[in-house]
Structures are given as C-alpha cells and as structure tokens.
Design a binder for this molecule. Sequence first.
Ligand code: ANZ
Ligand code: ZN
Length: 874
Amino acid sequence: MTSERYNARDAEPRWQRQWDDKAIFASKNDDPRPKYYVLEMFPYPSGRIHIGHVRNYTLGDVLARFMRAKGFNVLHPMGWDAFGLPAENAAIERKVAPKAWTYDNIAAMKKQLRSIGLSLDWSREFATCDPSYYKHQQKMFLDMLRAGLAEREKRKLNWDPVDMTVLANEQVIDGRGWRSGAVVEQREMSQWVFKITKYAQELLDALDGLDRWPDKVRLMQRNWIGRSEGLLLRFALDPATTPAGETELKIFTTRPDTLFGAKFMAIAADHPLAQAAAAKNPKLAAFIADIKKIGTAQEIIDTAEKQGFDTGIKAVHPFDPSWKLPVYVANFVLMEYGTGAIFGCPAHDQRDLDFVNKYKLGNIPVVCPEGQDPKTFVITDTAFDGDGRMINSRFLDGMTIEQAKEDVAKRLESEKRGNAPVGERQVNFRLRDWGISRQRYWGCPIPVIHCPKCDVVPVPDDQLPVVLPEDVTFDKPGNALDHHPTWKHVTCPKCGGKAQRETDTMDTFVDSSWYFARFTDPWNEKAPTTLPLVNRMLPIDQYIGGVEHAILHLLYSRFFTRAMKATGHIGMDEPFAGMFTQGMVVHETYQKADGTYVTPAEVKVELIGGERRASMIYGGEQVSIGPIEKMSKSKKNTVDPDDIIASYGADVARWFMLSDSPPDRDVIWSDERVQGASRFMQRLWRLVNESAEIAKSAPADQPASFSAEALALRKAAHGALDKVSTGIERLHFNVCLAHIREFANALAEILAKDGKPSADTAWAVREAATILVQLFAPMMPHLAEECWVVLGQSGLISEANWPQIERDLLVEDTVTLVVQVNGKKRGDVTVPRVAQNAEIEAAVLALDAVKLALGGKAVRKVIVVPMRIVNVVG
Ligand code: ANZ
Ligand code: ZN
C-alpha cells in the first residue's frame, strides 16, 4: 500500500511528453478503420486560453479518447481562427505587427492547450492567416465567382467617417460609431456578397434532417432564414396627393385576410416615395433624418417607440375605391424587407396597434376568437393575433383566416391594373445575401483586380495567393492596404494596362466556414481539399461549441459546404451531422464597499455561523458576495486556467468541468468543488494502489466460480462500464461521473474488509480496478496513465482498447412477468425489479387483455409468483 500522494505537477508533463513523442493522437489518412471526426470550434488567438475553452475542449476530448478506445480512426484536430480586428488594434495600441502579435499568441495558447492534456492531432494544425490556407480560400472565391455564387452588389452601409470603415448595424449606437462616436453616414457602396439566398429554401428544408442538432439551434436557424408566405399587393395611390404623380404603392403582407381592418399605410424612411415626399417637405425630411439616427439594428427598432409622419398621400383600398388610407413614414418599417411598405391593421398586429393608439386612428377588429360575441368584441391595448372567424369584412364574414387569405388572394390575383395583377402570391425570406467585404488589413485579400477598361478581373490562378504585405503602417485611420505605397498598384492581367487591386478583405466568417474540411488534408498544396479524403472524413460526427455561434457560423458553414459542392471541392451538403452547444462557466462576483469588483483570487470565502462570508486575503477587508454571472473582465469574476492547472493539475480542472452540471448548462465555478475534485483524484489513486496490492495474490486465469461478494463487485464494475459507455456516447458526462463515483465506492467497500481476500475476490478486485481506471481515463488521462503502470499493464492506456462488457453480469432494472387469467396465459407485463405486489397487481389489472378475459367478472384473487408469473383468479 502506498501512502504517497499522486503528484499531478510531476506526472502530467511527463505523460504529455510521452504522448507527443509517440504521436499517438495523429490520425492517418490511410487508416482503414471506421472514422470518427470530433471537433470543437477553433479558438481566436487572443493571447490566453480562458476557462470556457477548457470546458469546450475537455468535452470534445472525452469523446475523442473514448471513440479511440472503441477502435475508431479518430480525427481530432486543432487550428486557429487567426484573422480579425484585435490584431489591428494591437498594432495601433502597442505598435506590434498584426502577424507577429497573432503568431506570438498562437505559441502561448498552444503551450496552454498542451498543458490540459488534450488528445489533439497537432500535425494538422494551421492558422487561417497562413498564406498556405487562405490561398485556397481565394481559389474558392474565384470558383464561386465563376459559378454565380459570388457577386458584386451595391448596398447602403453604415459608414464611420472618422474610423473610415463600414460598421455592422450592431456597432451603430444612437446614430454614432461605437468606437469613434462620430455620426454615422449611410453610404451606398459596392460590396462582394455570397449568394446564400439561392439556398434559402434548401438550408431551411435540410434542417429537418439534422436530427442530432439541438432543437433550439435549428429553431434559431429557421427564424434567421425567416420564410413567410404572403401576398404582394399593389395599392393604387391618389395621384393628386403624391409628390410627382406616383400612382401605386407595393406592399407585402402575410395577412391579406385582415384587409378590411386596414387603418393606414406605412413606408420606410428610405422608401423612394418617402424620399420624394421629403424633397418637397422639410418637416418630413427632418423627421426622416431623426428616425434614421437609431440605425437599423432589429433589436433597437423593435423596442423603440413607434413614430410616424403623415405624408398627406392617400392610398385606395383594393376592395373599395371610396375608401382612402393615409400614408405615413414610420420608423418600424424596414426598407430591407419585403417592399419596404405595409398596410397597417391595428386590431391584429401589436406594432400597428401601438402606432394607431399614439396617433388616434382607431381600429376595427376583423377576426373574432371562438366563443366571443362579434358585437361586443373590441381591441384596446393588446392586438389579437390568434385564430378565429372573419367579422366586419363584407364578403369574407364567417370565413376562417385561411379561407379568407385564399379568397382575397384569388380575387386580387385575377384583378388587373394596367396589365399586371393587383395581387401576387409571394414567398419572402428574411435571409439576406452574405456581404463579405471588409475595409480591413488583417483578413484574406479578395483576389480581384479593378481595371478601368476591363472592370473586375480575377487574379489568375497561377498568381495566387495574393499575399498580405507585411510592411504596413497604422498611423492613419482606414484600411492599411489602401495606404500601402505599392501593393495595390498592378497591371491588369487582361489588357496589361494600369489597374488596382481590391483592397477589401474577406469577413473572417469566411475563414471559419471551411476550416473543418481543410483539416482532412491540410498538406494538399494544389487544392483546398482532396476529394476522397474529405468525403470519407466528413460530415463531422460531433461538433461542439458555444451557442453564440448557433446562427451565423453554422449557417455560413452549411452554405459554404454547398458552394464547395457546386464548385467540385466536396461531395456533400451538410458538414455537421452532430452539433452540441455547451453552457458557460459562471462565477460569483465580489465587490468592495465602494463598488469596485475584485477577483476571486484576491478573496477568501469562509463559512461563519452557517453563512458564507467573503473578505480580502490581504488586509481582511469585508467584500460582498454578488450574483453568479458569466465570467468577464469587467466583473473580474474570471479564473485563470494556468493558475488552476498549476495548483491542482489539469485532470482536476477537467474533472470539475465535467461534474455537477450537464454539459449544455452553465457550470458554476467554485473553489470548494474544485477542491472536492482534487480530493476525489487522490482517493482514486489510493484505491488503485490498494487494489494493485491485492491483485498480486490473484490467480492469472478467471476462477470458475465467484463468491457472492466477488460477484457483486463484478456486477458493479460491468454495470458502471455499461452506463458510462452509453453516457459518453450521449454526452451525459455529469451522469458518467456520478456512476464512476458510485462504482469507486463499491470497490472501496471491498478493500475496507479485514483479512486476506479469497482468490476469486482478488481476481474481481483486479478486474474492477482495471475497469475503473479505464472509465476515468477519458476524463483524467494523466492520472489514468500513472494508475495503468501501478496495475502492471503494459503500453499506454491512451492506446488501450475499451473494456468488453460481460452482458450477463448486467443487473436488469426491470423484470417481465407472464400474466395468466384463471391459469391461462393472456400476455405479459414489465415492471420495475423492485416493484411491490400492489404495484404489480395494479399494472396487471389495467391490461386490456386481462379485462377482456375476465369479461366483467369480479377479481377474486391475484397471485404473484416473484419474478415469474402473475395469475388473476376471477
Ligand atoms: C398586414 C398585417 C396585418 C400584417 C396583421 C401582419 C399582421 P413576417 O411574418 O416576418 O414575414 N411587414 C412587411 N414588410 C415589412 C417591413 N419592410 N418592415 C416592417 N414590417 C413589415 O412579417 C410579415 C408582416 O410584417 C406583413 O404582414 C407586414 O404586416 C409586416 F394583422 O401586413 B402585415
Ligand atoms: Zn484591363
């Protein structure tokens, strides 16, 4: 028996070196075994690993190690999502080159990742900023251009005149740039877009087949794609009221059934009719300028107070020439959706209702819910958007909503104005084409040349990659590629005249839309992928990442895979067969009396009189314990993985990450529980050492029979093996850990007995200890290697096969009993093994077959023969 403690600090680097030296986690492209591809979303090289990364990579690592032990050819690679703005900011603030900053960070983070003991195939590592990677991305861009999947499009964009850059909607706050504070202008600019809308219907339909994705992620994607069926409707305008004699206004509606409830029309601030009216009306122009200040972020628009301006223009109701509707410019109508114009039906749309209540336009309910009296049904503050029957709607009265929609569509489709129908059925998608141009230096250059004579000319394949210049300066705002003295000045590949390179670079989401495919053959210098390899290794069996990427990254990757298929770089549509979104790591917050936050490392928490109290370690000042929140720098409630690994070891950090909470929920970081994990690690170490001592006296061959005690231990071992195996497959890691703890207790009980164990018990102890170590090996791989040596096993446990389950040792949780009525078999019943007779009787008497056989006769007696038969006597 050993009294020595397990020393993680000594053992962990030792095993990491061994794994490395033997390259046991490198997967080979000619490996004939069935494949398993597990991938965690690759990190941005910010400089340091944070605790969320530790959780993410540990989850994937458990699966990778398990599947490897199960005999699969596991692909578990790692790389770096290395382009992006922070590198440029570092260049501005600290005067380091973006490239140097990025690769330094990669080196530092790689060292940290290694210290976690992840079973990664580092031979496939790349960074997306390596020209050897983005060269292929440029090639695929050109392929997509030729295939009509990349196009140039004029778009209105938010332009920050101080930072000289385009801003995303979310970066416009109160009409000002989030960094510069400058008033943002709307500029029409030519952009490169990927034609993701061509796949809108397909991307939507294929979600149904992704049955190993979380429902919530599929729903988020569905909503983002946003398919609506509706009617495109041309309202006539009274030309006497329009600025330049305009005669019609096109709107899109999903509720043509509510036309008789219309109270007003509304158009977007950018709508041509609004612009024309504003040109003649300074007050309207001022109103438009004012409402455009809030930007076009959906969230802000949804929450902003509804505002409108009556243009004086009148629209004519399509079913009643004498019915005129006022046309407003309104802040809640977007130019980017439908036609940028609506008719408002306040009784059945909350936004419209808020609007009419503010401007006192009134409302007419046209759908009456079942059970309400149409005569008394009124709408005041809450619009009714449920089901019901049509009222106040002339020829539609009495119809259901669906019937009314159909009726209106039919009538307006067949009615002509000029030679076009007044109404047309239309399917609309919220999804927009993906604008990929960024006015940024640190990104993948878009490989085209602008020639005054030939227009846009693709860079010839043999001139790829278009490499980013390194001698750039960041002393001026704007894109450093633009300021470079020579880089953009080139000769046109077509006519040989003077031309300019495109200086926009690609959105970094492009880089992450195909990296998973590149991992299958990162050595191919000629092409982005090697078809037989990428087609064999994809789709990814299990992809793991944060829910914050549930929409854009996954949708872009799904699109890009289809684009790669269309251009011959892959043979499938869907890249991720299984998707898992992990929860966050959260922590208490601590605040001093003056409100400043302090870090957990500075605080000591004690139990005083049954209450948790916190104080500063140095100085002893009392601090208050605040709510549990997502770890963030501003709240200072972060823990540094390096500190944890230095004081407890990687295995403890890994074990803690997996215990307590299901992986898709948030896990609360707690020092107390980390210490608990550390104590459990030492306990396992003692158990294995004690078992090894007993195992010395065990016979080499399996004994012919086992005592009750030995059999019970064997059942515990194989039961745990069974449950942990299925638990890992389902990613129920916290449940697995509970089974491992329970099984360790069963082993400890046997070890605690006095006297020398019999031969069969010694054999069972050896078997149990071996299985135990294998079960926790995916979670605590370093400790497991050390224990493997103690048990006298040869080779590395990281290379060992998963133990075989002996199924006949598995205790069933249920039993199936034969059911007889008056001695004749009528069926069977399955009940919990521990069920009492009353429970069994109730289950049996509820069976249809039994009721039928009794034919209404009263039950005289029910006889239960335990584990075998139930006889009902009638
Ligand atoms: C009349 C109506 C009556 C509407 C009613 C709704 C309820 P989804 O489902 O998202 O496609 N709409 C159309 N274009 C718009 C735009 N550019 N900006 C803001 N709103 C717009 O939404 C379709 C509905 O959103 C359309 O149906 C239209 O209002 C509005 F009881 O038309 B509806
Ligand atoms: Zn030219």
